[in-house]
Write a protein that binds this ligand. Structure first.
Ligand SMILES: [Zn+2]
Length: 201
């Protein structure tokens, strides 16, 4: 029998999403043609287009925002002396949701890989150094994943910042080794922050 390929383009679109294989993508495609009105499809597509068009990275911290500067950087009531380094926006959201931190952030956008070197824009490290050098930062908290690449990255940052008069600490307590922050629950994040280990005074 000849393969029916009338849905292939749509299945290809869904298959690009993380965790979605060909089978699930096909199920989604059938769901859309069977359950969505043309109006709903247009609406969903225009939301995707508008979101992608309007959201960009905050030039100051690297978090996503639709404004010039994100609301965290704009918020002067936050502790301006603490700077937390996280891997990506998802980790920032995990920490924010825990409600246990009210300082500023620096989103790296990736980690340093033991095999492939830098997996994010090098300027991001320069920007971090400039912030520590020029702003009134008392403490840099490294909240990177407890994975080999997270470890390499934390050490590298500690080295870069070691010449500045700033306290450097790492969160880690209670977080499962080898895992990403985004899977940690609120209580674990709270403990990890509370019992953060100072690596340099
Ligand atoms: Zn920002």
């Amino acid at each position: 029998m000849k393969e029916l390929n009338f849905l292939n383009d749509l299945v290809d679109c869904f298959e690009k999403l993380p965790g979605v294989g060909r089978k699930t993508a096909t199920r989604y495609a059938y769901y859309v043609i069977e359950n969505y009105s043309l109006e709903e499809v247009k609406n969903t597509c225009s939301i995707i287009v508008d979101t992608v068009k309007n959201i960009h990275k905050c030039p100051n911290c690297g978090m996503y925002t639709s404004e010039d500067i994100c609301e965290i950087c704009e918020d002067s009531t936050r502790n301006q002396q603490q700077l937390m380094v996280v891997k990506d926006p998802k980790d920032l959201i995990t920490i924010e949701k825990s409600g246990q931190y009210d300082g500023l952030y620096h989103v790296l956008g990736g980690l340093i890989s033991g095999y492939n070197g830098l997996q994010f824009n090098e300027n991001n490290l320069d920007l971090l150094e400039q912030k520590v050098k020029n702003n009134n930062i008392d403490e840099v908290i490294l909240a990177l994943p407890l994975t080999p690449n997270g470890e390499v990255t934390s050490r590298f940052i500690e080295k870069i910042l070691s010449k500045y008069n700033v306290k450097i600490s790492r969160i880690g307590y209670g977080l499962p080794a080898g895992s990403d922050l985004e899977y940690a629950d609120e209580m674990t994040i709270r403990r990890a922050l509370e019992y953060r280990i100072s690596t340099k005074e």
